[in-house]
Ligand binder design. Sequence first.
Ligand code: NDP
Length: 456
Amino acid sequence: MTYQTIYPYTNEVLATFEDATELDLETALTNGHLLYKKWRKNDLLAQRKEQLQQIAQLLRRDIDYYAEVLTKDMGKLFTEAKGEIALCADIADYYAEKAETFLKPRKLEEVHGQAYYVKQATGVLIAVEPWNFPFYQIMRVFAPNFMVGNPIILKHASICPKSAQAFEELVTEANVETGAFKNLFLSYDLVGKAIADPRVVGVCLTGSERGGASIAQVAGANLKKTSMELGGNDAFIILEDADFDLLAETILFARLYNAGQVCTSSKRFIVVGKENYQRFVELVVEKFKSAKWGDPMDPITTLAPLSSAAAKKQVLEQIQLAKEHGATIVYGNEAIDHPGNFVMPTVLTNITKDNPIYNQEIFGPVASIYQVDSEEEAIELANDSSYGLGGTVFSKDLTHAKAVAEKIETGMTFINSGWASHPELPFGGIKNSGYGRELSELGFDTFVNEHLVFVP
Ligand code: NDP
């Protein structure tokens, strides 16, 4: 039994779940495939629209209930969990509203004869999701594919089983047909079997490079399409004319939101110019000092525990590794005397290229700050990473900031703000941060069959 809710604030085991059996998987595959066939005959789009809107309403009605499930599973602040549930409701509404437009047949111009393509469902998908946004990660995949007509079988992270179960209950409460969404507490072995099954047409994964590579390998061996949202080591470039008042408002969200456990949170701060560098280090230290660790259910807490004891151990080891290889710990890293998985917000400087931490993602409340002498150097340093997820450019000159943004080798760059995710904005990266996009129309199209109809 590997699926457990262990409350990160107390490390108490709150719930334990039995692993799914082969029979559970077979039932889910049968139900999913039957429903795909039914939707293929009669797409029932209007019915699905109503059901997805109902899901949005239930999320808004029961926001406190769902938010507490998330907090108890992986420790995030209750206030942030509420934000996540609200965003899930928005994503559901967005796809309910937009699907008809997205699914309209597209006429191809300048062809010999008549040609158009229709976007059609392809079949059952396996969604392998991480714990850091236990509902949002599911909704990003479920909402578009539900409207497309692709049923989902979920394999959620083993540390957030209550969230997986609550999502299934939510879908059931909205009277969605059996087979449209099924959570299974699958072993890795059964995930592999599911991917190999001919009724499964694709896999989407959000998680680590290690997890992504092993799933992509199985999928590749079975010729199944994949979409991968992996880690990041996002650069946050502070140009010489950056607005420090706005920076002061942005820093805590950019780095400490979700205790720093966001794939696209700003992890490497790159400051152009010595004076700005000094000023920025002081600003980050001052802001980090104001973070208040404590009970994640308490609204005055601003720093949550990390999601597990293992996550805390890993972050502390990475800080140590950075230090052993010459980095300076300017602030933080003191032990917190509490059974929860807390790590003090920490600021690292003097990270040289030969420091192993230079190209490691730190999934916790740790900011690495670099000083460079020119914009070109900043861009070069930002791009000198095996990751390519997101990034930020800070400058008062928007035109200039946009030009710099376009030189950053990532899937997303945000100007004068930390990271962002909205239903209508595509989300995803390049290089070892993965491939494919979620959300927006691009995410909607990931697992559709663009079916050509041609009259010569
Ligand atoms: P993991 O890759 O370990 O886990 C993610 C999911 O994959 C979990 O459900 C996990 O299951 C499952 N999994 C991992 N390996 C396998 C396998 N071989 N077979 C089947 N399932 C597998 O990632 P973390 O939990 O460490 O998540 C954090 C990582 O995810 C960070 O690197 C972060 O940057 C990245 N991430 C990326 C995001 C993006 O949108 N680009 C968003 C959020 C996080 P189990 O829990 O049972 O091990």
